[in-house]
Write a protein that binds this ligand. Structure first.
Ligand code: G4P
Length: 542
């Protein structure tokens, strides 16, 4: 049921919004740690010439200096906990690359970023294929029906057979691979790519150990054969087996049924321009967005957006709180007065910033697809909607399935009130999920996280911001499923399982391991056990 949005946006502004949103490509890279996400980010930025030589954004060796100093522990570890957005112009588009934190800082935020993008680049290490974290992120993309471009990276190093990689992608993701480029030369002998759209051979030449653009030369297929001999024909034969006579089908990509394939060496800057071109030519632009009731808010409607991430304590000196907003419609202008859909209250967006790494730039205008960081908008929570004029509420961002569980206790019983307030606040900010049960009582809530780093953030904030030092008790659970009230009693007698209640009232069954879960599935088929988080928000009955 589509809802009519009356707009007071002028005809000139409408034209501008339509033009600007059509230019936006907003995406994230999903990958397993070490597949080359940071290297690719640098290489993409280098191609778009936002930085002089690769390494200036967040290269490994510079990382300690270039990452934000938002939290002391972040500084100590030399990693970036916070999702940030890199914006750059390429050809006639504006590209927004949202960071998905990896490594130990993997958390619910990593998943939430995927609610704010229109497309994902799945980066696969040629030697490793699809790894666990990639698959977890892929599942979230699948639930959102996000179009996915697949990049096989590190082709300059020995790796798997390309056809075996294609089989793995088909089998594990269900997406049909559609080569856009195909590597010439086996993994470890990366000479260039066959650009299937242009039917030409792009030969790459390594420059200055990848710190600057690779030299590209273009050849016809005949010239390629002469130059590369068997390497050319062998690669073409492989690619043709994958294509199997089918035409490249952009709709299948947009419908998340097929995935364009490209080959790269992010470290040597090989094949990176082709990734940018695929984003410009194939990836969806910022389009109308579905609201909570299934209506569509057109991009040219008055400003609206939603919060996909909240970062507090980014700057100890200023105690700031930044809410990251994905703009969905209209023009965001700094200083504009927006309405917070949850409270109906209005506030002025005086401090709007664009953040990437250490850089903070004041932002004056943003269009659909862009990300704005609102500073000190402390009422904003993950999933909240903002709008001007015509109200809109976007679907909440779903909870994701936690895999780490700890009991939290106040270190000092006399500070229990502060402890409770702190836990409630951090839960409200979306930093941690809180599960409770009568048996455990309120003094000992179970904190549930997607990544263990979330616990450290809670501990740090509890001490610094709420003056309520706390301690943890480890729990051996590692799996959660949504269940019903009736399951609590049944599972109370099962070893390695327990039922807890989430703050939204949902009953969450937790299990030590997959075997404990399987035992319950077998012995108590009447107990509902639904996977959490990979369902689309609307299907959860909000
Ligand atoms: P991540 O953000 O996904 O965790 O990966 P990151 O870019 O940090 O890359 C992980 C390692 O893989 C780095 O090596 C990086 O140089 C290397 N790498 C990334 N892309 C490529 C590629 O296309 N080819 C090759 N051969 N290597 C690649 P490192 O040894 O951990 O760090 P460094 O000292 O090389 O910077």
């Amino acid at each position: 049921m589509s809802q009519q949005v009356s707009t007071t946006v002028s005809a000139t502004a409408t034209k501008e919004i339509l033009k600007e949103s059509a230019r936006r490509r907003t995406f994230a890279v999903i990958s397993h740690p070490d597949a080359g996400k940071s290297t690719l980010t640098e290489a993409l930025a280098l191609h778009a010439r936002v930085i002089g030589t690769a390494g200036a954004t967040n290269g490994k060796e510079n990382r300690r200096e270039t990452v934000s100093d938002w939290m002391q522990m972040e500084k100590d570890r030399g990693i970036s906990i916070s999702s940030t957005a890199l914006q750059f112009a390429y050809r006639d588009t504006v590209i927004n690359l949202l960071d998905t934190p990896g490594h130990a800082d993997f958390s619910e935020d990593t998943y939430r970023v995927l609610a704010a993008v229109d497309c994902a680049v799945m980066l696969v290490d040629a030697a490793k294929g699809l790894e666990t974290q990639t698959m977890k992120l892929f599942e979230v993309c699948r639930a959102r029906n996000l179009p996915i471009i697949t990049v096989i990276n590190k082709w300059d190093r020995p790796g798997l057979d390309p056809l075996a990689l294609m089989d793995e992608i088909t089998e594990r993701t269900g997406l049909a691979p559609m080569p856009l480029t195909w590597a010439i030369g086996i993994a470890g002998d990366f000479r260039g790519v066959w650009d299937l759209q242009k039917d030409e051979y792009v030969h790459f030449e390594r420059q200055n150990s990848g710190a600057s653009l690779a030299k590209e030369e273009h050849f016809t297929p005949e010239q390629a054969l002469e130059r590369e001999g068997d390497a050319w024909t062998d690669s073409l034969d492989e690619a043709e087996l994958v294509i199997d006579g089918r035409e490249f089908d952009r709709d299948a990509f947009l419908d998340a049924k097929a995935t364009p394939i490209l080959f790269s060496s992010a470290a040597l800057n090989f094949g990176v321009k082709q990734i940018l071109d695929a984003l410009v030519d194939l990836a969806p632009s910022a389009g109308p967005r579905e609201d909570k009731d299934g209506g569509l808010r057109p991009v040219e409607a008055p400003f609206s957006g939603f919060v996909f991430k909240v970062q507090a304590g980014m700057n100890r000196a200023h105690r700031d709180h930044v809410a990251f907003i994905r703009v969905c419609s209209g023009i965001f202008e700094r200083g504009m007065v927006v309405t917070h859909s949850n409270t109906g209250k209005t506030f002025a967006t005086k401090y709007a910033q664009h953040l990437f790494g250490r850089e903070r730039e004041v932002i004056d205008q943003a269009y659909p697809g862009d990300v704005v960081g609102l500073v000190n908008a402390s009422a904003l929570r993950v999933g909240d909607s903002l709008y001007v004029e015509e109200p809109v509420e976007y679907p909440p961002i779903p909870f994701f399935s936690p895999e780490h569980f700890r009991v939290a206790r106040s270190q000092d019983p006399s500070r229990y009130k502060q402890f409770r307030r702190g836990i409630d606040q951090l839960e409200h900010e979306g930093i941690i999920q809180v599960l409770r049960s009568d048996r455990r009582g309120d003094q000992a809530p179970v904190l549930a996280a997607v990544g263990p780093m979330q616990f450290e953030v809670v501990e740090d904030r509890m001490t610094q911001d709420f003056n309520a030092p706390m301690r943890y008790e480890q729990l051996s659970y590692s799996l959660a499923r949504l269940t019903s009230a009736g399951a609590a009693e049944i599972l109370s007698n099962v070893h390695g399982a327990e039922v807890l209640v989430r703050t939204d009232g949902a009953f969450v069954a937790v299990f030590n391991d997959i075997w404990a879960l399987r035992r319950v599935e077998k012995n108590h088929p009447e107990v509902p056990l639904a996977v959490i988080g990979t369902e689309s928000p609307n299907s959860r009955g909000y």
